[in-house]
Design a binder for this molecule. Structure first.
Ligand SMILES: *Cc1c(COP(=O)(O)O)cnc(C)c1O
Length: 407
C-alpha cells in the first residue's frame, strides 16, 4: 500500500480525478459531432498502463536497442491494414503515427523526396493538416475547388494540372472530408492525370476518417481509394473508426518509394524512418487489440450498424422538415445549423450555417431521438412539415423568425 494513501494531497488528487471523470461522463452523451467511435472497451489493456513506458523508437520492422516496445504488434497492424488497403504484398511499409496530421506530413515529405519539383494539389475540403504540411515542407501547392457535396471538382483539377503539365503532380485525395465525409475517387484522379499525359505523379489518400470503413465494402461498389485503385500512400486514424482512447494513426506507403528517406538512427539501433523519434507503443497495442478482437467481419458489422444509425438520423431530420443530407456510405449527416439552445447542449461541428453529426460506432438511436426531440422543441414553427400544402401565408415578422432552411 502507498504510504501516502491517506495524506491530504492524495485526497486532493482523488477529488480532481473524480471531478474529471464526472465531467467526461457528462459530455459523452451529447457529443455526437466528433468522429470518435466509443463502443470499444479497452479495459483488457489496463495492466500495460501501470509501469511500462512502451516506446517504439525508430523503425517498426527493426527491433532496436530499447527493450520495452510493441513493434511485433505494430508490424502486424501495418500488415493487416495494408491487406485491407490492397497494398502490394512485396512492396509495403508503414508505422503507427501520433495522428493523421503526422501521416499527411510523412506522405507529403515522401512525395517531395520522389518529386522535388512537384506541385501539391489539394482541395478546399481537405483537412487543415494538409495545408500545414505543405507549409512546413515549403512545397508549391494549388488549392482545388470542391463541389457542394465536398468532393474535388475534377474539371477544376484538370484545369490547374493542365497549366502545370511540366511539373510532377502530387494530389491529395480526401477519403472522407471533415465536414461532409465526401470521398474523392482516386481512379478519377488517375484518369485526369492520364488525359493530360502527366506521368510523374504521386497520389496520397487522406483516409483518416473513412479509409477503414470503406475498405470493408465491395471494391466494385465503393469509390476507388486504395493502393489497387492507384494510391501511393495513405493515412488512416486509430482514434476515429477504431476508437482507441488515445489519438493515433497508421501511415501506409509503398516500401520502394522510401529509398531516399532513411537515415541511420545511431544509438537507437534501428533506422530513423519516422517523423517523430519516440513513438507510443501503447497506440500500436490498442490498434492491434481492436483489429484482432473484432476481425474483418466484426469491423464490417460495426460500420454497417453505424451507417444504419446515420440513415436513421437523416430520416428523422427529414421527417421533422429540417434540411439534412448525407453522402453515400457516410456516418456523417449534414444539417442546417440548429437554433442556439440545441447547439449549446449538443456538441456538433458547425461552420457557415451548416453543422454535422457523426454517427460513429457507439452513437445510439436513443441519442439521435433525444437530439431530434431537442431540435423539435427549439424549432420556431414546430411540425411545419405536417401542415398540408399550400402553407398559410406568413407575416414578414414570422418569416423573419423562420430560418431559411425551413421556409
Ligand atoms: C481527423 C482528420 C485529420 C487529422 O487527424 P489528427 O489525428 O487529428 O491529426 C486529417 N484528415 C482527415 C480527413 C481527418 O478526418
Amino acid at each position: 500500500m502507498d504510504r501516502n494513501a491517506d495524506s491530504g494531497s492524495d485526497r486532493a488528487v482523488k477529488t480532481v480525478l473524480d471531478e474529471l471523470a464526472t465531467r467526461l461522463d457528462a459530455v459523452r452523451e451529447t457529443n455526437i459531432g466528433w468522429p470518435a467511435a466509443s463502443d470499444v472497451d479497452f479495459a483488457a489493456l489496463t495492466k500495460f498502463f501501470k509501469r511500462h513506458l512502451l516506446n517504439n523508437l525508430g523503425d517498426p520492422f527493426a527491433v532496436g536497442a530499447y527493450p520495452q516496445h510493441t513493434k511485433d504488434l505494430e508490424a502486424e497492424v501495418v500488415d493487416v491494414l495494408a491487406d485491407l488497403m490492397r497494398a502490394p504484398v512485396d512492396d509495403r511499409w508503414g508505422y503507427v503515427t501520433a495522428g493523421a496530421g503526422e501521416g499527411n506530413l510523412y506522405a507529403l515529405h515522401l512525395a517531395r523526396s520522389l518529386h522535388s519539383k512537384g506541385v501539391v494539389y489539394y482541395s478546399e475540403s481537405s483537412h487543415y493538416s494538409v495545408d500545414k504540411a505543405v507549409d512546413l515542407l515549403a512545397m508549391p501547392s494549388i488549392r482545388v475547388r470542391a463541389d457542394a457535396s465536398g468532393r474535388i471538382d475534377m474539371d477544376d483539377l484538370a484545369g490547374v494540372v493542365a497549366s502545370n503539365r511540366d511539373r510532377p503532380a502530387i494530389v491529395v485525395a480526401n477519403i472522407g472530408t471533415t465536414m461532409t465525409e465526401a470521398v474523392d475517387d482516386v481512379r478519377e484522379i488517375g484518369e485526369v492525370l492520364d488525359s493530360l499525359a502527366v506521368r510523374r505523379r504521386f497520389v496520397h489518400a487522406d483516409a483518416a476518417l473513412s479509409g477503414i470503413p470503406l475498405s470493408l465494402l465491395d471494391p466494385q461498389t465503393r469509390p476507388g481509394f486504395d493502393f489497387a485503385d492507384g494510391t501511393d500512400s495513405m493515412i488512416v486514424s486509430g482514434h476515429k473508426f477504431l476508437g482507441t482512447p488515445i489519438p493515433c494513426g497508421v501511415v501506409l506507403v509503398k516500401a520502394s518509394h522510401r529509398v531516399h528517406l532513411t537515415r541511420t538512427g545511431g544509438f537507437i539501433g534501428s533506422p530513423d524512418t519516422t517523423i517523430g523519434c519516440s513513438r507510443s507503443g501503447h497506440a500500436a497495442l490498442m490498434i492491434w487489440y481492436v483489429l484482432r478482437r473484432y476481425g474483418v467481419d466484426g469491423l464490417r458489422a460495426r460500420a454497417d450498424q453505424a451507417r444504419e444509425v446515420a440513415r436513421y438520423a437523416h430520416r428523422r431530420l427529414v421527417e421533422l422538415g429540417w434540411d439534412a443530407w448525407l453522402n453515400q456510405h457516410a456516418f456523417t449527416v449534414v444539417l442546417a445549423t440548429p437554433p442556439a439552445p440545441v447547439t449549446q447542449r449538443w456538441t456538433l461541428a458547425s461552420t457557415n450555417g451548416r453543422s454535422h453529426i457523426i454517427c460513429m460506432p457507439g452513437v445510439t438511436r436513443a441519442q439521435i431521438d433525444a437530439f431530434v426531440g431537442d431540435l423539435q422543441a427549439a424549432m420556431p414553427t414546430p411540425t411545419l412539415v405536417s401542415v398540408p400544402s399550400p402553407p398559410p401565408r406568413r407575416t414578414p415578422e414570422l418569416r423573419r423568425a423562420t430560418p431559411a432552411h425551413v421556409a
